[in-house]
Design a protein around this ligand. Structure first.
Ligand code: 5GP
Ligand code: MN
Length: 317
């Protein structure tokens, strides 16, 4: 399987759908929209289906083309930025039955669920993979496509800060800046500006911050009630897990978000040596070495917290 094989499949595709992971972040949405723009350039009949899009990404080129759902049948399905079929939003409706399934991703724990898997875990963002794949397919990275790719890169690298950043990350940013994309503006839209409800959620989570193991572990949470109270929208909890991680001496930050139907969505972040993807794997989740997640559906908040802290302790030096 090579990129050439994938290109042939795309060329043969009649009705194509692009999908990404649930709770989509900037890389999920940026990569999806860049792929949409690319397939438009190839004059393909293509839909991008993402049921919930955080408000901060609605300024992106092609965002107005996103469908929440569709009645169409697709013969070719492309997943981006998604580690497994369980997390793929719309898997049963649009992916599973497609004649040909392709995926492009950067998760080390990817389950290789497609017919054609292009997975590079070294890349800090799926969008950064696309900065190379699209030109290889002779697709012109226009300002519009570039803006989507830059969004994926900026959000998944925490604004060029994470250790996964490579020289190519900056080379692409410089190149797209020269092309006329307002990098600072994209940065502000997707990473700096927060909605009022997001600010309020963040404040609640900060006020509940707890420290364990001599300050190497932080723990905080938000409840479903909190989200209702501040009228939270999709994505308003983004960034809370980073608050703990960024405190001096902290190695692992744990953040729980209570789900509407019970259970908790868990986010873990680490700074130096703990592989949080390993910890999340124990609970049926996964992710990257320094950013991972899982969903825990049984137990009270206290029990879930104890389980996570006990497991995390085993990884501390
Ligand atoms: P976040 O904490 O921002 O939701 O997710 C951090 C990273 O972990 C992302 O790369 C995301 O794809 C991955 N991740 C989050 N939740 C899960 C999960 O339940 N299963 C798997 N396999 N990966 C997850
Ligand atoms: Mn990603």
């Amino acid at each position: 399987m090579t990129l050439d094989d994938i290109k042939v499949q795309i060329q043969n595709g009649k009705k194509i759908v692009i999908l990404t992971h649930e709770n989509p972040d900037g890389d999920a949405i940026g990569s999806s929209l860049a792929m949409y723009g690319a397939l438009q350039q190839l004059k393909k009949d293509v839909d991008v289906i993402i049921p919930e899009v955080p408000r901060c990404f609605k300024f992106l080129p092609f965002a107005d083309k996103i469908k929440k759902e569709s009645k169409e049948k697709y013969d070719l399905a492309i997943a981006v930025d998604c580690a497994n079929e369980k997390r793929l939003k719309g898997f049963e409706d649009y992916y599973e039955n497609a004649k040909v399934k392709i995926q492009i991703d950067h998760h080390g724990v990817n389950t290789m669920f497609a017919d054609y898997n292009y997975v590079d875990p070294v890349e800090p963002a799926c969008a950064q993979i696309l900065t190379k794949v699209l030109p290889y397919w002779n697709i012109d990275i226009t300002k519009e496509i570039g803006t989507c790719l830059l969004t994926g890169i900026i959000t998944d690298t925490g604004g060029f800060r994470h250790s996964g950043v490579t020289a190519e990350t900056f080379e692409f940013a410089a190149w797209i800046l020269r092309k006329g994309v307002n990098v600072s503006n994209v940065y502000r839209n997707v990473l700096q500006t927060v909605s009022k409800s997001s600010f309020e959620l963040n404040t609640i989570a900060r006020s509940r911050m707890e420290f364990y193991e001599n300050g190497k572990i932080t723990f905080t949470y938000i409840t479903y009630e909190d989200e209702k109270k501040v009228k939270a929208e999709t994505g308003d909890h983004e960034g809370i897990v980073d608050v703990g991680r960024d405190i001096e001496g902290v190695e692992v930050s744990i953040f729980l978000r209570e789900l509407e139907n019970g259970g908790y969505k868990v986010s873990l972040r680490s700074n130096d040596y703990v592989n949080v993807s390993d910890i999340c794997l124990m609970f049926g989740g996964g992710g990257h070495v320094k950013a991972a997640g899982c969903t825990i559906t049984s137990g009270t908040l206290e029990q879930v917290k104890e389980k996570l802290i006990a497991q995390t302790k085993l990884y501390l030096k």
